[in-house]
Design a protein around this ligand. Structure first.
Ligand SMILES: CC(C)[C@H](C(=O)O)[C@@H](O)C(=O)O
Ligand code: SF4
Length: 475
């Protein structure tokens, strides 16, 4: 029978091979990689300690510091005693249980969803979990990756397994080549705009189509990262030559004969011709324009040249209600042009868009002008490796010269668990993935955009169509 990529990974990981792979079936699955950070691991470690248990597979578990760290200083007490305690607790727990930790200042430190791929820890066909909702990022490698709660973190620590319910499968096809100036971020925002922020609830999404196949690994990670913002359990992209080229030679990738054997296995990790999906959604890449969220969920999104909608534009009463609330919170008027909307903050970073390619795209715009008066713009690479690469390319100099701040890696203003917090009434063009009320600070207003769009907003002081900037500025 023709099966999907999701079915194949499920079947390869259910411990009892008699487990059904029908939607809704329950199975105990083996977990290949467990990633942890300072926020969701302490209670799980405490639970283990209470029961006198050990971490079953410390060699499959990797830790980093990302949420509670400063982007201005490497000192773990730079953001106060509570953050320091959280970070020190992670260090103590990793030491006690023999888990590799990449702390602040370490060459391999980065946001948890990036650290794994950069090291070659995430490979096609694996199951990957982390106590963090954006774990779906790793699906870009054709691995089944999803966020888990703290009690599940404890379960994985103790047993390296997890009870799971087989989700439904959704195929999202993005047909045709991507137009110039349109990025992976615009693709995923357009998808969420089409299906809604809960449109994939109960599903694992597989992304395919010409526009997806043409993406780099890092762009694929951007797409999969936001699967959760459509409500999906996970996002997947079948591995191909782009995946193998990215992985080859990375620290934890298989080597020699093991590499050849792995690639042979990975090549089979595709949905079979004729595999049945529970839902199929199609988009034409040519129709995608630079996206900007206007509301307070990532599905409330429009093209940069589309006027702000009115609640009455929506047919569903729930969407209408949510639009009324969002317009009020965001202080927007129906019909308003985004190009007339001033921003006073710009954040370029996060696990969605802190990649080297993002730094390059933003720098290509930044070199065309200066940050507008009254705008604070910060650029936060998502890992030490990206920071160093960007500095080797002198992108930091371009940003600083244009009036942006160049910071140390971490989650930063994506959710402000450090001191990168917006004030009441601030309006921010942000490359992160969530625009909920108060996400970047109480009363602050977040508009999700691509890195190039964020940089353009920084220079203009309001939203601007990145396609109006000179394309050859990237040279
Ligand atoms: C702090 C963490 C548990 C949280 C998540 O699960 O996603 C954070 O990363 C976020 O983006 O809101
Ligand atoms: S960058 Fe944002 S979304 Fe990503 S892990 Fe950190 S807080 Fe969560």
């Amino acid at each position: 029978m023709a099966t999907t990529l999701y079915d194949k990974i499920w079947q390869d990981h259910v411990i009892d091979k008699n487990t059904s792979s029908a939607v809704g079936s329950e199975g105990l699955i083996y977990i290949d990689r467990h990633l942890i950070h300072e926020v969701t691991s302490p209670q799980a470690f405490a639970g283990l300690d209470d029961k006198n248990r050990k971490v079953r597979c410390p060699q499959r578990t990797f830790a980093t510091m990302d949420h509670s760290i400063s982007t201005r200083s490497l000192a773990i007490d730079a953001c106060g005693p509570t953050n320091k305690l959280q970070l020190q607790t992670l260090a103590d727990n990793c030491e006690k249980h023999g888990i590799s930790l990449f702390p602040v200042g370490h060459q391999k430190q980065g946001i948890v969803h990036v650290m794994g791929p950069e090291l070659g820890l995430i490979q096609p066909g694996m199951t990957v979990v982390c106590g963090d909702s954006h774990t779906a990022t790793h699906g870009a490698f054709g691995s089944l990756a999803f966020g888990i709660g703290t009690s599940q973190v404890e379960h994985v620590f103790a047993s390296q397994t997890l009870k799971q319910t087989k989700a439904k499968s959704m195929l999202v096809k993005v047909n045709g080549p991507l137009p110039i100036g349109i990025t992976a971020k615009d693709i995923i925002l357009a998808i969420i705009g089409k299906i809604g922020h809960a449109g994939a609830t109960g599903f694992v999404i597989e992304y395919s189509g010409e526009a997806i196949s043409a993406l780099s690994m890092e762009e694929r990670m951007t797409v999969c990262n936001m699967s959760i913002e459509a409500g999906a359990k996970a996002g997947l992209i079948a591995p191909d030559q782009t995946t193998f080229d990215y992985l080859e030679g990375r620290e934890f990738a298989p080597k020699g004969d093991d590499w050849q054997e792995a690639v042979t296995y990975w090549k089979g990790l595709v949905s079979d011709e004729g595999a049945i999906f529970d839902s199929v959604v199609e988009l034409n890449a040519a129709d995608i324009t630079p996206q900007v969220t206007w509301g307070t969920n990532p599905g409330q999104v429009i093209g940069v040249n589309t006027p702000v909608p009115a609640a009455t534009d929506f047919s569903d009463p729930i969407d209408q209600d949510s639009a009324v609330k969002a317009l009020k919170y965001m202080d927007l008027t129906p019909g308003q042009k985004l190009s007339e909307l001033s921003v006073n903050n710009v954040f370029i970073g996060s696990c969605t868009n802190g990649r080297i390619e993002d730094m390059r795209a933003a720098a290509a715009i930044a070199k065309q002008g200066k940050v507008a008066n009254g705008v604070t713009a910060i650029v936060v690479p998502y890992s030490v490796a990206v920071k160093q690469q960007a500095e080797a390319e002198q992108l930091d100099k371009i940003f600083i010269e244009a009036g942006f701040e160049w910071r140390l890696p971490g989650c930063s203003m994506c959710l402000g668990m450090n001191d990168d917090i917006l004030q009441n009434g601030d309006r921010c063009a942000s490359t992160s993935n969530r625009n909920f009320e108060g996400r970047q600070g109480r009363g602050a207003r977040t508009h999700l955009v691509s890195p190039a769009m964020a940089a353009a907003a920084a220079l203009a002081g309001h939203f601007a169509d990145v396609r109006d900037y000179q394309p050859n500025a990237q040279d």
